[in-house]
Design a protein around this ligand. Structure first.
Ligand SMILES: CC(=O)[C@@H](O)[C@H](O)COP(=O)(O)O
Ligand SMILES: NCC(=O)COP(=O)(O)O
Length: 247
């Protein structure tokens, strides 16, 4: 059976950006994101995610190759839809590239990509990456018109932004969860592999992990934060166990 319809194993991509945030606080080499990637592999992570931001606030250009060389795990490069990032992605040819919206002044990626409104800007980027053998993903909000736009662009993957779910309280939690579940089902029905991520924690991961069509979660900030207290291997193992409990 296709992995879109029944992903046997919910993959965990670990975003190691914030290892670089700590490194950059002192401008040296420690802690090294490449070493973090090796620990992700030891801990049973299925992939490494890095977001090369235009302002290089965490991962920097030289990290990409070092992270790619550190393990045999697939690397998912998150990138803005710019010529500069396209050239970098084509040079490194990661397993996957997830196109994300970026605003320099934002604290984090606050919403999804407007794949519908940016069709003309995204189409050549999706095309060039696809030709280069890179699996393209679009980081979108859980909205039907964004799934339709991803279909029109021929993206094989969408990553549903879980930030609004993660920040919701009271009855809004169920509403946000339903939006994500419905859009995961819609994506899968249309042959697009749904992933999810942003703001996921030990407390909120299980309802998302239980959505049967979702094939991969990308989790970063919380895992790196927990690693300060328990170690990176232990924080990943605990997240993995929580995901496995519901699949
Ligand atoms: C797109 C996304 O969600 C990630 O890139 C992740 O959150 C990285 O951290 P910052 O958003 O804090 O840069
Ligand atoms: N695409 C989401 C991601 O990579 C991790 O987001 P977060 O867990 O750092 O919020």
């Amino acid at each position: 059976m296709s992995s879109v319809l029944n992903p046997a194993h919910l993959r965990l991509g670990v975003n190691i950006d914030h290892v670089a945030t700590i490194r950059n606080a002192r401008g040296g080499l420690h802690p090294d994101p490449a070493r973090a990637a090796q620990i992700v592999a030891q801990a049973g992570g299925d992939g490494i995610t890095v977001h090369l931001r235009e302002d290089r606030r965490h991962i920097v250009d030289g990290d990409i190759q070092r992270v790619q060389d550190a393990t045999g795990l697939p690397v998912n490069l998150e990138m803005a839809a710019t010529q500069e990032m396209l050239e970098i992605a084509l040079r490194h040819r990661p397993h996957a590239a997830c196109i994300v919206p970026e605003r320099r002044e934002e604290r984090t990626t606050e919403g999804g990509l407007d794949a519908a409104g940016l069709h003309n800007q995204l189409a050549p980027i999706v095309g060039r990456l696809t030709e280069a053998g890179v699996r393209v993903s679009l980081f979108i909000g859980p909205e039907p018109h964004q799934i339709a736009a991803a279909m029109k662009l021929g993206a094989p993957v969408v990553e549903l932004h879980t930030g609004e779910y993660a920040h919701a309280t009271g009855p809004d939690v169920a509403t946000e969860l339903r939006r994500i579940a419905d859009m995961a089902a819609l994506a899968a029905k249309n042959g697009i592999e749904p992933h999810a991520g942003h703001g996921l924690t030990y407390e909120n991961v299980q309802p998302i992990a239980a959505i049967p069509q979702i094939a991969e979660l990308n989790i970063g900030h919380y895992l790196i934060g927990e690693a300060i207290f328990t170690g990176l291997e232990a924080s990943i193992a605990k997240m993995r166990a929580l995901m496995d409990e519901v699949r």
